[in-house]
Design a protein around this ligand. Sequence first.
Ligand SMILES: Cc1ncc(COP(=O)(O)O)c(C=O)c1O
Length: 444
Amino acid sequence: MMTSQEVVDITAKNTFGTWRFQRGWKPLHIVDAEGCFFTDAGGKKYLDLSSQLMCVTLGHKNQAVIKAIEEQARSLPYIAPGFATTARAELSKLLLEVLPKGLEKFFFTTSGTEANEAAFKIARMYTGKTKIIARYHSYHGSTMGSIAATGDPRRWAMEPSGKIPGVIFGPEVNCYRCPLNHHFPECDIACADYLGHMIENESDVAAVLVEPVVGTNGVLIPPDDYMPRLRKICDDNNVLLIADEVMTGWGRTGKWFAVEHWDVKPDILTTAKGITTAYIPLGLCATSRKIADYFDDHYFSHGHTYEAHPLTLAPAVAAINELKRMKLIDRANVSGAYLGKKLSELKTKHRSIGDVRGIGLFWAVELVKNQKTKEPFNSYTDKISGTPLLVDKITAEMMKNGVFVQAWVSHFVLAPPLIITNEEIDRAVKVLDDALHIADEQTA
Ligand SMILES: Cc1ncc(COP(=O)(O)O)c(C=O)c1O
């Protein structure tokens, strides 16, 4: 049996820590997790305010999902994707029920990244066109295609040659920090129209790719007209709309999928994470019937050994049934409203909070040096150059006090398991409240 110190040392020395400088990495040894908590090797419990990577939607150790994995492992742990399986059919039936109507054919992957790769290839094969328009403040995955479509600085290390050509960037929708320096509603959502301008002037555009609510890059919620306007721009220009719901799917925003907030039907929807409450890696690329039918008489040039892997599909069936049984989509709205109210109260107390925004159980708290000028404490360049970030100091302090939360450059992403109770929310917000003195002391 290894000691905990050995586990940490070998992990840090012989395995890569993602998206970071490797020096100085001292990962915490985690030995258990249950409900909204996980436990380290010393027995200390942490309240999980971000569902790990915004993915453990049902909380840790959901018994129905674990049972589904066990049973599938016993009955049929693997079969090649060329065969039909009960898990594949059952999941497809459920997806037809819970996905936005019109998304009818499915390609199963083992990550959100690969779901987006599939979407790009399908869009290119179907339209015969090449370019993908994505937006700057976005993340779509880590491989050559999906990193090319990632607007945030995780792409920079791959510039200019380590990524697929043909992806271009437009402005994100961000009403707190408008990239066009406009103000809503007088702007009449010029950021959406600008994407139309790009399509008209680029030629050869296959698809526009958006996170309907931008996730890691700040829980950016578009004004109500934005997604319908974008849908119309795509339709008018014969361009596909791809909704990346890797983070926003599965009840996170208070609907099964975020696009439902605006009744917009994408041509392709990608998702992952909460689809199995993250216990087993699964991604999904879902297409419209029209796109699906195209491949009846055209070669579908895509596949993986692990596509439609039965062990990945069975837990998704269980996870969807659990979301329904526990009515967690409704609960996300109720608990989300409670969390939002508590966070808004924090904003009145802390001069370092510039903005609090959220939808469902998906919230961001953005820090600023000065509420009027909105000057941030750190920049994207700080993040990539390894400069210590203020938000990381605060998350470290919160960990000391038993609360785990994800931070990105200048904000926190609060996205707890949908089963979180109001008492757990109170406890988490109190720990954030206490830690924010670190930022308040540095405001100008
Ligand atoms: C919006 C979005 N798209 C794609 C991905 C990539 O998914 P994965 O990490 O499963 O490859 C992520 C991951 O955080 C994401 O948030």
